[in-house]
Design a protein around this ligand. Structure first.
Ligand SMILES: [Fe+2]
Ligand SMILES: [Fe+2]
Length: 241
């Protein structure tokens, strides 16, 4: 599968697969599919016709992508009345972005040719992507809005981790020898300031709640901010020395 750069490249295929899944496996009418996906009935008809060799076909055969589509279809089939059009569109776009990460991380097929260390790294990429798929599926099945958000967060973290490790595998040259990007230093200073202004208030201190998922989410916001500052400062210190 070729490299995908932006979400527009996969959106039609994701919509097509969702339309098929909703009609074939959830008995949703074409009119409802048109409403759920925010596309015209004519487009639904076009999407559900099997055009051989289309990108949707290729994507639909991808074993890692299929469960993601299936769980999103299930989500829409069950809760189509609860979500507004904007939220539904966002969900489709977010899922498409996750699908892009999954596809782009499926690069290495023949692991026997890898050296031991790269193999460990590649195994880690796959483990992270598995985790991402599992938590995405769970997120789509959870009714609780904050619980959903928590599991979606886990999925994006795992995808992020997979992205980092696969870039380490792909870009061995840069890992081995470092050349300073001048913009990095300038942007770092600016970013540290912005982070400090934005995160003056601790969310866990500000919002009192007994909901465990809300609490965990707010905690993660505070921890992320600490992590951001720590990461930026240690990088900046290194560049100053
Ligand atoms: Fe991870
Ligand atoms: Fe931040």
């Amino acid at each position: 599968m070729s490299k995908i750069k932006n979400v527009e490249q996969v959106l039609p295929a994701v919509r097509a697969l969702l339309a098929k899944e909703l009609i074939n496996n959830h008995n949703v009418s074409k009119a409802d599919v048109s409403r759920i996906l925010g596309i015209s009935p004519a487009a639904v008809t076009q999407y559900t016709k099997n055009k051989r060799g289309s990108y949707a076909d290729e994507l639909g055969k991808n074993k890692e992508v299929l469960p993601v589509i299936a769980s999103l279809a299930e989500h829409f089939a069950n809760k189509k009345k609860k979500e507004g059009e904007m939220r539904r569109n966002m969900t489709i776009i977010e899922t498409s972005e996750n699908i892009i990460s999954i596809i782009n991380n499926q690069g290495i097929k023949d692991k026997r040719k890898l050296d031991p260390k790269t193999k460990i790294l590649q195994d880690r990429v796959e483990a992270e992507l598995r985790e991402a798929r599992t938590s995405l599926n769970m997120a789509n099945n959870i009714e609780d809005g904050f619980g959903k958000l928590l599991f979606k967060g886990l999925a994006s973290d795992s995808i992020r981790h997979a992205e980092i490790v696969s870039q380490v595998i792909r870009d061995q040259e840069t890992v081995g020898s470092f050349k300073l990007d001048r913009k990095l230093k300038k942007y770092l200073k600016q970013m540290i300031e912005e982070e400090e202004n934005a995160s003056e208030q601790s969310m866990t201190k500000l919002v009192k709640t007994s909901h465990p998922a809300v609490r965990a989410l707010l905690q993660s916001v505070d921890q992320d901010e600490m992590k951001h500052k720590k990461m930026l400062k240690s990088l900046s210190k290194y560049l100053d020395s």
